[in-house]
Design a protein. Structure first.
Length: 150
């Protein structure tokens, strides 16, 4: 039988307090991260009702060609995005990023109001992963005789 001395009892209490503190800190950290997480959905997932309605979410896809409609008297725009399978209508009131274009990838945060309509609060345009500043592209073109897309 093990005898618990005063010294061992103090050590057990200190170790217990340490593990309780670490556990509490970890639980609070996990809770904070889960509350601030914004999930990414594709148009197909939205049509299949995997995305929550009337909740702040992030969606992404390609801007459909010839779908951009700008208002003449405000900053309101509407367009459609797709993921080669499904199409979602987007409404946005604000200035679009410089890289925004039809046929390009976009990521938006906002609220899904029904099965196929999304109200965007923020629009982020994706750039080509092969992007090269125009000055560098011109230099490479002159140096190697290779034509780079600007």
């Amino acid at each position: 039988m093990i005898k618990i001395t005063k010294t061992n009892r103090k050590r057990i209490v200190k170790i217990s307090i340490f593990f309780f503190a670490i556990s509490s800190f970890s639980a609070l950290l996990i809770y904070a991260f889960s509350k601030n997480m914004v999930y990414f959905y594709t148009p197909t997932q939205i049509i299949e009702k995997e995305a929550p309605m009337n909740s702040f979410i992030r969606i992404g896809g390609m801007v459909k060609e010839n779908s951009l409609v700008k208002s003449n008297d405000s900053l309101k725009v509407s367009f459609k995005i797709h993921d080669l399978e499904q199409v979602i209508n987007i409404t946005y009131d604000g200035i679009l990023p410089d890289l925004f274009a039809e046929g390009q990838g976009v990521v938006m945060t906002g609220t899904l109001i029904n099965e196929d309509t999304f109200i965007a609060d923020e629009v982020l345009a994706k750039h080509d992963e092969n992007y090269m500043p125009p000055e560098v592209a011109d230099m490479m073109k002159e140096k190697n005789g290779v034509l780079y897309k600007k």
